[in-house]
Ligand binder design. Sequence first.
Ligand code: PSV
Ligand code: MN
Ligand code: MN
Length: 411
Amino acid sequence: MVADYVPSRMNRFIECSELTEVDMPDIAAVKAALAAQRIETPSWGYGNSGTRFKVFARPGVPRDPYEKLDDAAEVHARTGAAPRVSLHIPWDRVDDYAALAAYAKERGLELGAINSNTFQDDDYRLGSVCHPDPKVRRKAVDHLLDCVDIMDATGSKDLKLWFADGTNYPGQDDIAARQDRLAESLAEVYARLGDDQRILLEYKLFEPAFYATDVPDWGTSYAHCLRLGPKARVVVDTGHHAPGTNIEFIVAFLLREGRLGGFDFNSRFYADDDLMAGAADPFQLFRIMHEVVRGGGLDPAAGVAFMLDQCHNVEAKVPAVIRSVMNVQEATAKALLVDAGALAAAQRAGDVLAANAVLMDAYNTDVRPLLRELREERGLDPDPVAATLRSGRLERIAAERVGGAQAGWGA
Ligand code: PSV
Ligand code: MN
Ligand code: MN
């Protein structure tokens, strides 16, 4: 009997003779790939956050990095898929990072990417590593070197760099000279990396700079990574593109070049909205995951980090992170169900409609029963959001934690 989550071929427009033989997907292999996928959650997603208009305080939010790890442990316990947590320095500053890593380990977690912060001090008004004043650049680079020290203590492998650097007005600074300063700063940090440590360089089209951002796109990030060396890779933050950008093309290209370091998953309707991954455009997330699967990016050896970078302004945070993890899993499951043989045959035959139908069959498959089944097989509740809500944990932490912290923005 065929399980009901096997993609339906009913609407497949089959003209090509090679497509008449329909292969059933190897569900055991799909489940094994899903069980192996690791999704990293951001410490700042557990704190209070908001817009420049208002930060809404929520009862029970963590008061320190340790409590953020407690929340991350709940997400991992419910999903079985989120054992890593990204930190943000100095939002997650502690005296003893090795102790923080040990605390994470006791909870079945490990500390993931260290995110630097060179955008919140007054000194950074005109930028950080691209600033015209060498003293400010020195301060910024020293912070990045401190972050590598923290990685040594936590066992983190990735230094994730996002720079708010840029200019607001034509002529404000020398665009090319800023690239030179960026390259020089990055080179100093790269030289400090251990053998198994990497730089993951984010790009972002605009904001806070509006005229010229110093790392505005994947090409700029890629060019700097190429110059730096093999331990530098590009991070694709899904919220950092112009509307209509074909993100899956960027993913396919970088993966092919061995320079896709990972993702900051989130959703956008307008700009850098940082909404739950897979909420605004689940089809885009599927298309991205299809390129990942097709390019071998799910294999841990490919070195692609599946991170979330999002904030929860008006919704409960732990259930929202769980929902986001589930959304990434659903997109991944659909991508794994793409009939690669049929797709390749249709593409070879130039059968445009059949090829598109193969992808749409997988996308339109309801993979929730498959994921529920997988969770049950792994001893998890099939409905992780309901499970955390039922557990009474939200009410308990609301009573225990008084005076929770802001995620970082505006702090
Ligand atoms: C700012 O745009 C940002 O959202 C970047 O995506 C970083 O990854 C994140 O903040 C944390 O610094
Ligand atoms: Mn990001
Ligand atoms: Mn962002």
